[in-house]
Design a protein around this ligand. Structure first.
Ligand code: ADP
Length: 498
């Protein structure tokens, strides 16, 4: 039978998101090159930032710590009790970051909001602790009248590129993920947060600056099954990034500041979101180009723009907008509509989010891929609710599914480039051992997008130097609440260094 123009067009577009085994291998080669370039000098596309964290935990660490996480969509505050037996108890609150604060005039506006959330959290969950401090205020002579041993050590997870100068010192290099407060660039983000905490007289010391990937790595290593220490922590959420354990001898650029030299290792925050900003090997469809052009940071974070949750939905949206505008394709149209004006003939309400930048959340892709009901009824309902698309046809929903699958699959195979290259860089596969090579992952995309991990494994097995046997040794596990527990573990390490 003749295929409809919609089916043909869907096939044509899906093919543009193919990312073959050869592409994966070319990606790995270039990823290794850019990783090592970043270890040699500053100003490279992957920053390869030394974190001053020189080892990963083994599960015996103990104590009560605070952690906050500013990384994307939400601000999280939590307290963590490490039990010292690979388990922990976590108390948690989260609030959406108001959009206007992401692009505030001054850094102070954003950080005052964050300090307020910490105050609220302490009042709600640690009232006794908090009141005791207030009572002691005038009798004890620490700056705020708090007893030093009662001051919460806080790990500040700040998931943007920073130049770190010590375990609790670091200046913002640039914003990503839709944030844009030029005033904050170049400033020490720990000092900015401490200032606002002190204005509220809270018993809190910002003890450690933590990238969420480093936190994920630490948390996974504390909780990981068996006695294996974790090699790599990776995030696939709003953004994407990874941190891994590197040998200090491989870090040829200078590392200023104090750190423990006895382990011979240091955790490196790769900032792989900006892998291949120069587009030597990354795929680059017309949709990728358009997304980049209309973003707040064109030409930057090019890997992230093809891999992470914030961008995948937008890629799909740009594809759909193109299809909807083409009268021959008849996406989201009544069967009997025949005019060329797509605005009047589509089944899309005029205020549809489909026509707004960022209007399609990547969670809708997960729903689409997961919906295998004969009528795609879940997807159809969700299209109505989220995109105001009324009575989509089966061909419409099928096209939506296939495009979502293709964009998600390309992202997973690109993710495998980063994971596979890091495994090869570690040299662990050539060590005679059958210990698993442990990787901790976190983020909604890897947690919820159907088969994301399976698609990663499939691509890992296709990498020269890994192959199916190597892929089997790689153990990818979810590091739940990674940034919270991990930040507590780094605050613990930092408190020991005071
Ligand atoms: P963050 O990275 O901000 O800490 P998350 O890990 O929850 O938080 O990631 C949020 C991102 O993940 C958003 O970009 C959102 O679009 C995307 N996302 C949320 N749920 C899903 C899902 N079910 N499938 C795919 N992507 C999702």
């Amino acid at each position: 039978a003749m295929e409809s123009p919609l089916v043909q067009e869907t096939k044509r577009i899906v093919a543009q998101f193919d990312y073959t085994g050869t592409d994966v291998n070319n990606g790995v080669k270039e990823f290794l090159r850019q990783m090592n370039e970043g270890l040699q000098k500053d100003g490279t596309s992957m920053s390869q930032i030394p974190t001053y964290v020189t080892g990963v935990p083994n599960g015996t660490e103990k104590g009560l710590y605070l952690a906050v996480d500013l990384g994307g969509t939400n601000f999280r505050v939590c307290s963590i009790h490490l039990n010292g037996d690979t388990t922990f108890n976590l108390t948690y609150s989260k609030v959406a970051i108001p959009k206007e604060l992401m692009v505030a005039k001054t850094a102070q506006e954003l950080f005052a909001f964050l300090a307020k959330q910490i105050e609220q959290f302490l009042k709600t969950h640690h009232e006794d602790h908090f009141e005791a401090h207030i009572r002691r205020r005038n009798t004890i002579s620490t700056p705020d009248g708090f007893r030093d041993e009662h001051i919460f050590r806080l790990g500040f997870t700040f998931s943007f590129p920073v130049q770190q100068f010590g375990i609790n010192k670091g200046t913002l290099i640039r914003w990503t993920k839709g944030f844009d407060i030029p005033d904050a660039v170049g400033k020490d983000v720990c000092a900015l947060l401490q200032q606002e905490i002190d204005l509220l007289h809270l018993p809190v010391k910002v003890a450690a600056l933590v990238n969420d990937t480093v936190g994920t790595l630490m948390a996974r290593s504390y909780t990981s099954p068996g006695k294996t220490s974790t090699l790599l922590g990776a995030i696939f959420g709003t953004g994407t990034n990874g941190a891994y354990v590197e040998k200090v001898v491989n870090i040829q650029k200078s590392v200023d500041g104090e750190y423990d030299k006895s382990t011979g290792d240091m955790v490196i925050n790769t900032e792989w979101g900006s892998f291949d900003n120069q587009l030597n090997v990354l795929p680059n469809t017309s949709y990728d180009i358009e997304l980049d052009k209309k973003s707040v940071n064109p030409g930057i974070q090019m890997f992230e723009k093809r891999v992470s949750g914030m961008f995948l939905g937008e890629i799909v949206r740009l594809v759909l907008v193109d299809m909807v505008k083409n009268p021959n394709i008849a996406l989201f149209k009544d069967d009997n509509s025949s005019t060329n004006d797509w605005r009047s003939t589509t089944n899309i309400g005029s205020g549809s989010s489909l026509h707004k930048q960022w209007g399609l959340d990547s969670s809708l892709m997960s729903i689409a891929v997961a919906d295998n009901t004969p009528e795609h009824s879940t997807l159809r309902m969700q299209l109505e609710k989220e995109l105001q698309v009324d009575s989509a046809s089966f061909e419409d929903t099928q096209a939506f599914k296939e495009i979502s699958y293709a964009v998600g699959r390309r992202a997973a195979r690109l993710a495998a480039v980063a994971l596979g290259a890091t495994v090869l860089q570690s040299g662990k596969l050539s060590e005679a051992s059958d210990e698993p090579i442990d990787i901790g992952v976190d983020g909604s995309l890897v947690e919820h997008y159907p088969f994301f991990r399976d698609m990663i494994y499939e691509a890992l097995a296709a990498i020269d130097g890994i192959g199916p046997a190597g892929a089997q040794r790689i153990r990818i596990g979810i590091a739940k609440d990674g940034s919270g527990v991990g930040a507590a573990l780094i605050a613990l390490v930092a408190a020991g260094m005071e």
